[in-house]
Ligand binder design. Structure first.
Ligand code: SF4
Length: 705
């Protein structure tokens, strides 16, 4: 909408996976105010503190404004030519797997699409992964095992309709604040709605909990295998649903019983009072509408996939899925982790939610793209990718919109890997990050207020992110940069896109190509959008094979799943304890996570001074018992260390932290303080299926300085 000197643009928030709609008020190429979009289904007018400070983060300070090679400003033509020739020469000498792209859940679906197409169809390598690997890849793998595809069954409304809402591994109040606001409102309207928080820490989310289960760190899998055993022993199964719509029940139950055959055994393994755990089990078995919302506390584990399937098993065994207020619900961390999944932005995915397991899918994508060098096998996942950079197998890497030197496990090794690498290209909107410091080539990318395309949130709603400011300095859109490099490498045919709308419609067409209802992810109703229709696109929930609006909120309502048999698979899971255990030398477990008002490594939220009012410096939370044992007082400077590294931060002594474990935030990087890079302590241990690192369980020691 326009008035004489201001205009209002509908766009989406660039931070978390809730995907809130934002009204941006723009005047004279400046963002002067933001408000929540009342018409957007995710937030219905709400915003959290981070979202409402967006207009304080769009200034030019700290922006990367010119392309640079080895610190010298160059023209775009020189920069593109340098990257293209560098990649081409490396491929000629060492093969396609000697190069890699590392992407971000911050970039848009259109950016992801062309990056994936370039690597998998034209360069001929699947070494294209993303920081979303750190966020939800365990849930992706669990969905694929259970449902036959990476499908989120429910929607946000289910959280409000549930009679029992279980929040596990999620500090929803801080990590997904607008979802939390919706839950608080639902609880106020229906006080009989029960809320259970499963988390070793007493987080802010516990403030609305009827029951808090402070389980032993890493024991979540046992809690849910124990629940399945309990449901079977207490006549709480839905035998009709199991018989008609699932397979694998007997082996899943046998595996659960072998691990956790009684409530007492589950309680012992989880370190919980038997009566409290029994109460949750009883509520689950007696309640029809149950949603289990899970997030990083489940996913960031060396057995994250099994934990996800342990949760899904309980919902399948009781038929609590595909109905209003009943679903296992994975909520993603980043704004476009879901969009990246849709176009195949993970090294083990192909495109349109297909993967490498079926040669027919590879041939389908190859034909659709008319790909000259189609890859036929998975590439390296994030942690393995940087290990391959470190040991010289990958010689050229292009990192887009993310800061792995601060955010990947064993972060010092990642920095060393980039320092050794022959060619490091970084596209970013921010000039100085821990990762740009390691780059040979810097490419200035447009930022949130300038970028134009689509994102998908955690409830499968695709929304337009609209650019409303002119590109800062000499910056360009990520999709433009990728297409320019592709053409300079000689791949003119597949990369002649002139707008994000052209990319989106190709993506939509691919989703429906030779589909015939075989694949759930189908947005082919959007394949013929004109530029005007794309610009005006309203939020649309997929699948959208036939119509472009808010399509069915719930999947699997008919009990039909995306497996060859049409039945959901119950998986015989054997979740294990974390790989690295505490020792005499490293007796405490370090847990990591977000704080309320910061995002990732603070490159953008760090620009809004009021977002530092909540918490303005890195810290470690420690229980009063552990503090006393180590002679640490509140606010003391302490060193947290292990064999990989050390951090120096202030101690926050609090009884919200259980004895035996510590908590540190993920946000501080060397740009702010070189002594609080928490990922320099995290071991690169991953789930064997998902490749997601175990960032919630890291043995350390602490001492007062
Ligand atoms: Fe942005 Fe997430 Fe806050 Fe919504 S809840 S305003 S998407 S940070």
């Amino acid at each position: 909408t326009n008035t004489s000197d201001t205009c209002q643009v509908k766009t989406t928030c660039p931070y978390c996976g809730v995907g809130c709609g934002v009204n941006a008020e723009v005047s004279d190429n400046r963002l002067i105010a933001v408000s929540g979009d009342r018409d957007h289904p995710a937030n219905q007018g709400r915003l959290c503190v981070k979202g409402s400070a967006l207009h304080e983060t769009t200034g030019l300070d700290g922006r990367l404004l010119e392309p640079r090679i080895d610190g010298t400003s160059v023209s775009w033509e020189q920069a593109i030519d340098h990257v293209a020739q560098g990649f081409r020469k490396t491929i000629e000498e060492h093969g396609p797997d000697s190069v890699a792209l590392y992407l971000s859940g911050q970039i848009l679906t259109e950016d992801y699409y062309v990056a994936n197409k370039l690597m998998k169809g034209y360069i001929g390598s699947a070494n294209v992964d993303t920081n979303s690997r750190l966020c939800m890849s365990s849930a992706v793998a669990a969905h694929k095992r259970a449902f036959g595809a990476d499908l989120v069954p429910g929607c946000y409304e289910d959280l409000e309709l549930a009679e029992l809402l279980i929040l596990t591994g999620s500090n929803t109040a801080w990590a997904h604040p607008v979802i939390y606001q919706r839950i608080v409102a639902a609880k106020k309207a229906r006080p009989q709605m029960k809320i259970v928080v499963i988390d070793p820490r007493q987080t802010a989310t516990c403030d609305i909990a009827d029951l808090h289960l402070p389980l032993k760190p890493g024991s979540d899998g046992y809690l849910f295998t124990g629940l399945l055993s309990y449901l079977a022993d207490n006549d709480a199964l839905d035998s009709t649903f199991i018989d008609n719509h699932t397979e694998g029940f007997d082996s899943a139950l046998l595996a659960a019983k072998q691990l956790t055959g009684s409530v007492a055994e589950s309680a012992r393994l989880c370190g919980l009072p038997e009566t409290d755990l029994g109460l949750l089990y009883d509520w689950f078995s007696c309640t029809e509408k149950v949603v289990t919302l899970f997030s990083q506390g489940i996913n960031q584990s060396s057995s994250g996939v099994d934990k996800g399937n342990a949760i899904i098993n309980c919902h399948l065994a009781t038929g609590k899925i595909g109905k209003p207020g009943a679903a296992p619900f994975s909520i993603t961390g980043q704004p476009n982790a879901m969009g990246g999944r849709e176009v195949g932005g993970l090294a083990n995915q192909l495109a349109a939610h297909m993967d490498f397991s079926d040669p027919a899918n590879i041939e389908l994508v190859e034909t659709f793209w008319q790909a000259p060098n189609m890859v036929h096998q998975e590439g390296l996942k994030a942690v393995d990718m940087f290990q391959a950079v470190h040991d010289g197998r990958i010689k050229a890497i292009w990192i887009m919109g993310t800061n792995p030197v601060a955010s990947l496990p064993d972060a010092d090794l990642v920095r060393e890997a980039l320092q050794r690498c022959e060619l490091v290209v970084v596209s970013d909107c921010i000039e100085k990050t821990d990762t740009t410091a390691c780059a040979n080539v810097l490419l200035p990318a447009t930022g949130w207020a300038e970028k134009d395309g689509t994102v998908t949130n955690s409830e499968r709603v695709i929304s337009r992110q609209r650019g409303f400011l002119k590109p800062a300095g000499n910056s360009r859109h990520d999709w433009q940069i990728i297409c320019s490099v592709a053409r300079a490498m000689g791949f003119d045919a597949g990369f002649g896109f002139r707008s994000p709308g052209e990319i989106f419609t190709e993506h939509a067409a691919l989703s429906g190509y030779r589909n015939n209802g075989r694949r759930y992810f189908d947005i082919s109703a959007l394949k013929s959008l004109t530029e005007e229709q794309y610009n005006q696109l309203q939020p649309v929930r997929w699948p959208a094979a036939k119509q472009a609006n808010l399509n069915p909120k719930r999947l699997f309502q008919s009990g039909q799943f995306n497996t060859p048999s049409g039945r959901a698979r119950m998986v015989a899971v054997t979740p294990s304890t974390p790989v690295n255990q505490t020792s005499e030398q490293f007796p405490l477990v370090l847990n990591t996570g977000r704080i309320r008002d910061q995002w990732h490594t603070m490159t953008r939220t760090g620009k809004a001074s009021r977002l530092l009012n909540h918490i303005d410096q890195p810290f470690v939370e420690i229980s009063p018992e552990d503090a006393a044992h180590n002679q640490i007082a509140d606010n003391d400077l302490v060193e947290v260390s292990n064999a990989l590294g050390r951090c120096v931060v202030r101690a926050n002594v609090t009884d919200r932290q259980p004895a035996g474990s510590l908590f540190m935030p993920i946000h501080w990087s060397a740009q702010f303080t070189s002594l609080a890079r928490v990922d320099s302590l995290i071991a690169p241990i991953c789930d064997p299926i998902a490749g997601q690192p175990e960032s919630k369980y890291c043995p350390v020691t602490i001492r007062k300085l």
